[in-house]
Design a protein. Structure first.
Length: 164
């Protein structure tokens, strides 16, 4: 699922119409997306991009042994999230959601989307990668891991922060 940013909507409007794109918007679009070590030619200009990374701990909830990390990588304006956890029941399946808010009140945040499903191996380890929000909003979203046996029970939580 791709989320449209205000800049993406503006660019799609101008590209679909006969109206010329203002120079400031064209320059902003050339520098909007960022990824490290990669260059994209835009007319005669080459824009060098830089990847942004962040690693956020998964805290256990509900007396479980769940622990792990959520890694966020932003490349060319698109963000991906990877959730890696251990301490799950062997062969269990857990829904992973992204919510607005923080882990301070994990049940109070508004649901944004389902990131994916963790499928634990025989040792209780699982990992899933999915799309992040574009644009990425630090400290306003968090990732939660639901219990497979009791779907309303949250067993792990990670508040997302700034990418560097």
């Amino acid at each position: 699922m791709k989320f449209l940013t205000p800049l993406t909507l503006l660019l799609s409007f101008f590209s679909a119409s006969a109206v010329a794109l203002p120079r400031q918007v064209a320059l902003a679009s050339a520098t909007h997306s960022a990824s490290k070590g990669h260059a994209q030619a835009r007319g005669r200009r080459t824009v060098r991009h830089r990847d942004l990374h962040g690693y956020f701990p998964v805290f256990s909830l509900a007396g479980t042994a769940t622990r792990g990390v959520v890694s966020a990588v932003q490349h060319a304006g698109n963000t991906s999230l990877t959730v890696s956890v251990s301490g799950l029941a062997p062969y269990s399946i857990h829904a992973v959601h992204v919510h607005l808010g923080s882990c301070r009140a994990p049940y109070a945040g508004a649901h944004i989307y389902v990131l994916g499903f963790l499928r634990a191996n025989s040792r209780g380890y699982a990992s899933v990668t999915g799309p992040g929000l574009s644009p990425y909003y630090p400290a306003t979203t968090y990732v939660i891991i639901y219990n497979s046996a009791v779907p309303a029970l949250i067993v792990g939580c990670a508040t997302l922060g700034r990418l560097m």
